[in-house]
Design a protein around this ligand. Structure first.
Ligand SMILES: O=C(O)[C@H](CS(=O)(=O)O)OP(=O)(O)O
Length: 263
């Protein structure tokens, strides 16, 4: 940090197991990646090449190499996994992961119907090869999954070997964990947290108000995903209580009382 400031929460340090910021790259050029890393690398834990953008991104290997040289792991979006699976090309997908020397892979069923047991089988197989992030939730806004089902799926996928489970929200943040307005399905999140350890969950939270909500609920070291490249540094300030939205979060009672601040 550039300055000394008291009453700032401790952040976990890299390589983080929690307190993760997962960034969504949906087609940055190599130059843009270099620029992003130049300023934001300390605050990026993992990068997802959103949905199937990796299929059409030129110079993919070179781009992944830039992330690698900065020590930042990259993985393909779950939609690419689904695109291979529906075409009966799972083995090709596994080879692809090796060819691109990836250390993480996402297993999801956001765009397809996949029995939970089959999804867990894919997780089991891939977990032998890489660290698996499995995503729970549908991309279809009309498909409302009840909380008990989210919990069941998340637990089963972690047991099958997922390193983290991701709560679906899409790039837009208006499905899955959120209502179409972007408002958090609070009851859902709170119920999930009674059964699944928060360190095991990455919450997709692309909108500022959503990030603020999670930081207020869970704290500076909440795992957040689908963060846009230009929101990485702003998010870090939200985590640290250095933006208006979370400003009073970590101040002690004496300071809050003196300045008449409420959390
Ligand atoms: O679910 C996601 O976050 C993304 C992006 S979007 O749904 O296409 O907006 O898909 P994924 O395949 O998990 O990257």
């Amino acid at each position: 940090m550039n300055f000394k400031l008291s009453q700032v929460p401790d952040r976990t340090s890299k390589p983080r197991q929690y307190g993760l910021t997962m960034v969504m790259d949906k087609g940055l050029s190599i130059r843009q990646v270099e620029d992003m890393l130049d300023i934001s690398a300390p605050h990026i834990d993992i990068v997802k090449l959103g949905w199937a953008t990796s299929f059409v991104t030129p110079n993919l290997k070179d781009k992944i190499a830039v992330y690698k040289s900065a020590g930042i792991p990259v993985y393909f979006g779950g939609t690419l996994f689904e695109a291979f699976v529906v075409r009966n090309q799972f083995e090709d997908y596994r080879r692809l992961i090796d060819e691109y020397q990836l250390e993480y892979a996402e297993v999801s069923d956001g765009s397809i119907e996949m029995p939970a047991e089959i999804k867990c089988d894919f997780i089991r197989v891939l977990a032998e090869q890489v660290k698996v992030l499995s995503e729970v939730g549908s991309k279809d806004e009309t498909k409302i999954i009840p909380p008990y089902k989210w919990i069941q799926l998340m637990k089963a996928e972690l047991e099958a070997g997922a390193w983290k489970v991701i709560g679906e929200a899409r790039e837009s943040g208006n499905v899955g964990l959120f209502r179409s307005s972007g408002e958090v399905r609070q009851g859902l999140v709170e119920e999930i947290l009674t059964q699944v350890p928060n360190k095991d969950i990455i919450w997709e939270a692309p909108q500022k108000a959503q990030q603020v909500w999670f930081v207020k609920l869970i704290g500076a070291n909440v795992n957040l995903g689908n963060i846009a490249p230009n929101e990485i540094i702003p998010l870090e300030t939200i985590r640290l209580g250095l933006r208006g939205d979370t400003f009073a979060n970590y101040l002690n009672d004496k300071t809050r009382k003196r300045w008449k601040l409420s959390k």
